[in-house]
Design a protein around this ligand. Structure first.
Ligand code: TRP
Length: 342
């Protein structure tokens, strides 16, 4: 471990992460969509240019709520890696690996589980929310309660200093810091690094129904949707309800299609969209078609790359990632075993 000066708990600018080791995990729960691309992946593409990055597929985390039906798990892992690489994560630059290829994660999880008080986990808002919302499944298990402990093992095993995550993950990162401090208190300083969250505030992408884009809401535009499917999904978007005819003036500030233009359309053209809409010179149908063109321009190279990626190539990427991360993991786990005096 390279003990560096410690960072604040939460960073908001990627510039604050300069020179630090970055690590983040993705749960394999299905195809990625525009919300993932703009909210998170684009920020991670930028980080891989300037930082030593580890991106991994958290397949064990998928088991914490989905242990009963694992029929799609392997396919979801392959799909996720294909989406990430197609979107631009570069296996030559960043280390891309699968959690379950690294048994040291499970060993570290065990040690951390020994010292983590139940109360810290019972207070975790994600766990409480899952108990409420997934009431049809038996979710009150050690594994689900221990989700943040496993996440702490992921991060600290690889000496992750900066962890790019969404706001919803901040409680988990806080627990991770507390666990690292408790380990130091019990066995001595210097065994694990205390990680910082990087909340880079990527764009919030809305679905056609005005809710946050999410696979479970059925409002997602997936990265590998065909161009015509993208256009069709965009046609469903609700625009200004008072703009009924083409010539009615519209209010871009309340229109989710306009919000998407802001994300996908060149700034000069966005100004034209805004002016024409307000002047009643632009119909919603044409406006959505123009948006579809711009979204498709961004998705074209991603779709092409994804179609080229075969399962063999994905397997090679994960094997190479595992080969690269293993020495890092071995060093940490040996340090921790010594610290515990095993
Ligand atoms: N909990 C994260 C999520 O749901 C996934 C994850 C697992 C993760 N382990 C991690 C993220 C380690 C960052 C670091 O998105």
């Amino acid at each position: 471990m390279n003990p560096t000066s410690s960072l604040p708990a939460v960073l908001s600018s990627p510039a604050d992460a300069r020179g630090r080791r970055v690590l983040t995990g993705y749960r394999p729960t299905g195809k990625l969509h525009l919300g993932h691309l703009l909210g998170n992946i684009q920020a991670n593409l930028a980080l891989q240019e300037t930082n030593e990055c580890y991106f991994f597929v958290a397949d064990w985390h998928a088991l914490t709520s989905g242990y009963e039906d694992t029929s799609d798990l392997h396919a979801n892992v392959v799909e996720l890696v294909a989406d990430l690489v197609a979107a631009g994560l570069e296996p030559e630059r960043a280390t891309i690996y699968r959690q379950s290829d690294l048994p040291e994660v499970a060993e570290l999880n065990l040690y951390l589980s020994m010292i983590t008080p139940l109360g810290w986990l019972e207070r975790n808002p994600t766990h409480k929310e899952q108990l409420r919302e997934l009431s049809t499944r038996q979710i009150n298990t050690i594994g689900n309660l221990g989700y943040p402990v496993l996440q702490t093992a992921d991060i600290t095993l690889v000496d992750g200093e900066v962890v790019p995550v969404g706001e919803d993950q901040l409680p988990h990162l806080e627990i991770a810091r507390e666990i690292v401090r408790r380990l130091a208190h019990i066995y001595g300083e210097g065994l694990l690094l205390e990680p910082s969250a990087l909340v880079s505030g990527g764009a919030r992408v809305l679905g056609w129904d005005g809710r946050k884009m999410s696979k479970s809401y059925g409002n997602a535009v997936f990265l590998d949707d065909a161009a015509e499917t993208v256009a069709e999904k965009l046609r469903q978007y609700i625009t200004d309800p008072e703009k009924i005819r083409l010539k009615d003036p519209g209010r871009p500030e309340i229109c989710s299609v306009f919000a998407l233009h802001g994300l996908f359309t060149p700034a000069a053209d966005v100004a034209v969209v805004d002016a024409e809409c307000r002047a009643g010179e632009r119909g919603c149908v044409a406006c959505k078609a123009e948006l579809a063109q711009n979204v498709n321009a961004m998705l074209d190279p991603i779709r092409t790359r994804k179609a080229e990626l075969g399962e063999d190539e994905i397997g090679d990427i994960l094997a190479e990632g595992a080969r690269r991360v293993r020495p890092v993991a071995t060093k940490t786990i040996e340090r921790v075993r010594r610290g515990i005096r095993l």
